[in-house]
Design a protein around this ligand. Structure first.
Ligand code: NAD
Length: 255
């Protein structure tokens, strides 16, 4: 337990189940004393979040499909009923069709490209727009990226291109909102076995190769990503915005 985020109101978007990186992040935010709210997509995620948070102090859980502008607007309207001010948002949302996460990138369909960009990159833009209205004391927005934004990683394909757009959006949003003391940063996490990761063809092979070469010699877990997210939403990181911080055991530094 620490007090880094005591009395801070934080929205966490993207818990699907206990393996979600967003859940590892939520646990660290809870330990840091934050008041938490969650958005979810789908009834199964709702049931999982209700179960996972049953021992936490009161949390608000709101449905939000980020492909629908109206849903995002309604989610923030509902959030306002409990939080008159918002201090942080953690955006842990991505999706691409399974068939786009295998084979050659050049075979990406137009529809698959648009879907990956819409859910995984554009959603941060709309979420930031609504979050800003509630961040009247300044704030911090954190999103999750992956090395596939910087390098051509086998099978990651259209999601790598969406992550590149997400990282660029992080910089543009940071430039838009800096004067309002709202910071926007991304964490580029190492591979973690989650529902979304299972969609990437040969993900187990990718994990094995990672473990063989990563400087720390082990997989990084969701709570370690959570620790960095706590840092990015706390005053300890008050001078950082528009950054992409690797939480990947050092994998990005090896060739
Ligand atoms: P996950 O499957 O647990 O989480 C993905 C979330 O996205 C789910 O909660 C899902 O409901 C949500 N989502 C998908 N479409 C949505 C929509 N239309 N509206 C609202 N929510 C929607 O998987 P995860 O790996 O924890 O993914 C979280 C984030 O971390 C993603 O951005 C992912 O790209 C990123 N990431 C994952 C890894 C990894 O190896 N798992 C590595 C680096 C970055």
């Amino acid at each position: 337990m620490n007090t880094l985020l005591k009395d801070k109101n934080i929205l966490i978007m993207g818990v699907a189940n206990k393996w979600s990186i967003a859940w590892g992040i939520a646990e660290e935010f809870n330990k840091a004393g934050a008041n938490l709210a969650f958005t979810y997509q789908g009834e199964r995620s709702l049931a999982n979040i209700e179960k996972l948070t049953k021992d936490m102090k009161k949390v608000k859980i709101i449905e939000c499909d980020v492909t629908q502008d109206e849903d995002i607007k309604n989610a923030f309207d509902e959030l306002k009923e409990d939080f008159d001010v918002l201090h942080g948002v953690v955006h842990c949302i991505a999706h691409a069709k399974k068939e786009e996460l295998a084979g050659k990138y050049m075979d990406t369909s137009r529809e698959g490209y648009h879907m990956a960009q819409d859910i995984s990159a554009y959603s941060l833009v709309v979420v930031t727009k609504y979050a800003k209205e509630l961040m009247v004391e300044g704030g911090s927005i954190v999103t999750l990226s992956y090395l596939g934004a910087e390098r051509a990683i086998k099978n990651y394909n259209v999601m790598g291109v969406a992550k590149a757009a997400l990282e660029a959006s992080t910089r543009y949003l940071a430039a838009d909102l800096g004067k309002e003391n709202i910071r926007v940063n991304a964490i580029s996490a190492g591979p973690v076995k989650t529902l979304a990761a299972k969609g990437v063809s040969d993900f187990s092979k990718l994990m094995k190769e990672f473990e063989e070469r990563v400087p720390l010699g082990r997989i990084v877990d969701a709570r370690e990503v959570g620790g960095t997210a706590v840092f990015l939403c706390s005053n300890l990181s008050s001078g950082i915005t528009g950054e992409v911080i690797h939480v990947d055991g050092g994998f990005s530094i090896v060739g």
